[in-house]
Design a protein around this ligand. Structure first.
Ligand code: GLC
Length: 634
């Protein structure tokens, strides 16, 4: 097939395909469903446009080979034309939001909050390129990234998916990350998806899927403007957001989806809904479908009830509630993306250049992640210039997050809600699993962050006199010169990470459905670390009570109220959610590299404050842009 990479050529091919399509094929193309809900045979029978993996949903033993085999089967079914089915390849979508984070052995990068602190757009493009190659190694074509949320209240459980509270850094990253992923739509490219359109980070109290109550000017300044560089870079998909804007759900918002994004900003790709995102538009599911399509959503992420979705949409078109013009517009956009991406010219997943490539999780890739860890760290306190540490010092390493690769990766890693995964966990596995999953030792399965390095392991590798005592109770001033205490949060994702301070906000969790509310169990009721995790201050005190100074490293998805822990520390480092390459922290603690990170979020002093960059009377604990360095310490 000739290369159709001119806009005119693409449009001609779109029309040529569209003119052959039946209504069933068009509606099928507008449908995306989860891999556990559909077989390759059904992909063909219902003309499905896309399949996805929800967080943690993986095939077989979750190796790249298993992913390639799965995608190859779906792809083969989608292109097998017959008298009823037109050959249109599916695209497979995943949340590869900090590396290909569902897959065992993938390189896991710091979550966005840490990358925001690095303030390094060139690095972001490098990360995107590495991530694209690891996605392609599994036969996947599409990632629901980057998130362009501007998180304005760190009670939000998705704060860590945001680069910053301020649009400045998000704008600087948006185009770069899309460029690194879509990579001129060549062999090394995946399809990017900027999300969530629009205003996801601006909800009242940081309620996940809540209501963003601001003027249109503020919405544009804070939450829409970061999309401009991504659109200019030619991002091919946009995901609609669960939140509402002044009481109206984005998934049913024609003004936001069609008038602004498509008409005013000229977006040529397609809009995908979020996970069952139309369900919350009304109690009548059939009605929500018409609402979502007519508002401007083009493809629908329907986790399970996709057959019902298809049936209802066919009825809506036949009875005129959804105009055929809208269906054709949606399908044109989907075909435009697939053709512009070159999908019709690409070989089947099993035969593509990057499929099963041995660069997946390679040392080269991990060095990029290690660099990102180093650059994301923010030094908040360094009394007596205790840092950098001497590698021969007698160090006691403590804290629940010191030796847990899962905790340092955070949510959306292996499982939707993340894992607790101390690399020294050794699980007995059956012979066939061990050989297929990890190779090497038969019968021995390390933790699921395969190939990762915990913060402790990174320290141990360079400091021969370091010892580990998770609760710090082995501290002894006769044996130890200094403590490193790695504390903070345990993994969470989305609403499960929300902080709900009181009844006035607890019930408004999840999505409004005409007064019906989906209440999730929030992470906690306070941003005060000592209330969330009292074990952390105890671990610090077990060391400092012995007269040993403590260097505290906070692993968290957001800024927290740290008054007590900060007071008890001699030095304090914000490490955010560093990902699989924990050794990046030792690189800086021992001075092989200087700190570079500067806060991309304001650090509040007390519970209930929510100072933001640019506020009058701005009196936080540490301001936006704060960060100490060795090079300028007195
Ligand atoms: C989730 C998230 C979205 C993600 C999607 C698919 O609910 O809101 O960011 O891309 O579902 O997993």
């Amino acid at each position: 097939m000739e290369k159709t990479n001119t806009i005119q050529g693409i449009e001609q091919k779109v029309e040529a395909i569209l003119s052959q399509m039946t209504l069933e094929q068009k509606v099928g193309q507008m449908t995306q469903t989860e891999r556990m809900s559909i077989s390759p045979e059904e992909v063909k029978r219902y003309h499905i446009g896309s399949v996805l993996s929800g967080g943690g949903s993986c095939p077989g033993s979750n190796t790249p080979g298993d992913w390639v085999a799965m995608n190859d089967a779906y792809w083969a079914a989608s292109v097998e034309s017959d008298e009823k089915h037109l050959s249109i390849p599916i695209i497979y979508g995943v949340d590869a939001i900090h590396g290909h984070n569902n897959v065992l052995g993938a390189t896991i990068f710091p979550h966005n909050i840490g990358l925001g602190a690095a303030n390094d757009p060139v690095l972001l493009e490098k990360i995107a390129k590495v991530t694209a190659r690891e996605i392609l190694a599994t036969g996947v074509e599409w990632t629901f990234a980057p998130t362009l949320a501007v998180a304005r209240n760190n009670q939000w459980g998705r704060t860590y998916e945001s680069y910053s509270e301020d649009p400045e850094i998000v704008k600087a990253y948006a185009g770069r990350f899309v460029k690194g992923l879509q990579n001129n739509l060549g062999r090394d490219a995946v399809i990017a998806c900027v999300k969530h359109w629009v205003g996801d980070g601006g909800t009242t109290y940081g309620i996940d899927q809540g209501d963003t109550r601001i003027s249109e000017d503020e919405l544009t300044r804070l939450h829409i403007s970061p999309y401009y560089p991504a659109l200019a870079e030619g991002v091919l998909t946009v995901m609609a957001s669960f939140n509402s804007w002044n009481g109206d759900k984005c998934h049913g918002h024609k003004y936001l989806l069609t008038d602004i994004l498509k008409d005013e900003l000229g977006f040529e790709g397609f809009i995908i809904s979020d996970w069952d995102g139309i369900d919350y538009l009304d109690e009548d599911y059939s009605k929500t479908i018409a609402m979502g399509v007519n508002a401007g959503i083009d493809m629908f992420m329907v986790s399970e009830k996709w057959k019902t979705f298809i049936e209802h949409l066919l009825v809506h078109v036949r009875n005129g509630r959804v105009p055929m013009e809208r269906i054709d517009d949606a399908v044109r956009r989907i075909l435009f993306v697939k053709i512009k991406y070159g999908l019709f010219e690409r070989p089947r997943p099993a035969e593509r250049f990057w499929s099963n490539h041995d660069s997946f999780g390679s040392k080269e890739h991990r060095e990029v992640a290690r660099e990102a860890v180093r650059k994301s760290l923010v030094l908040l306190k360094n009394e007596n210039n205790i840092l950098p540490l001497n590698k021969t010092a007698r160090i006691i390493v403590a804290g629940k997050n010191a030796n847990d690769c899962g905790h340092q990766c955070g949510g959306f890693t292996i499982a939707w809600q993340g894992v607790s995964d101390n690399d020294s966990i050794v699980k007995r596995v059956s012979e066939e699993n061990a050989s297929s999953t990890y190779g090497g030792e038969v019968g021995v399965q390390k933790g699921s962050i395969v190939g990762g390095t915990s913060i402790w392991q990174g320290i141990q590798a360079v400091a021969p006199n370091a010892t580990l005592s998770i609760d710090g109770r082995a501290a002894d001033s006769a044996k130890h010169d200094v403590g490193i205490v790695v504390i903070g949060e345990t993994p969470y994702a989305e609403g499960m990470g929300d902080i709900r301070s009181g009844d006035n906000t607890i019930v408004e969790m999840g999505s409004y459905i005409k007064g019906l509310l989906k209440v999730l169990s929030p992470y906690g009721r306070s941003l005060t670390l000592n209330e969330l995790h009292p074990e952390d201050l105890i671990a610090i005190k077990n060391i400092t009570d012995q007269g040993i100074p403590a260097v505290v490293v906070l692993v968290s998805g957001r800024t927290l109220i740290i008054e007590k822990e900060l007071a008890a520390s001699t030095a304090f480092v914000a490490a955010w959610l560093p990902g699989s390459e924990g050794q990046g922290i030792a690189d800086v603690l021992f001075g092989d590299y200087d700190f570079q990170g500067k806060l991309s979020f304001t650090w509040q002093k007390k519970e209930g404050e929510n100072f933001l960059r640019g506020d009058e009377n701005y009196e936080p604990l540490f301001p936006y842009g704060y960060g100490l360095q060795y090079s300028n310490q007195d």
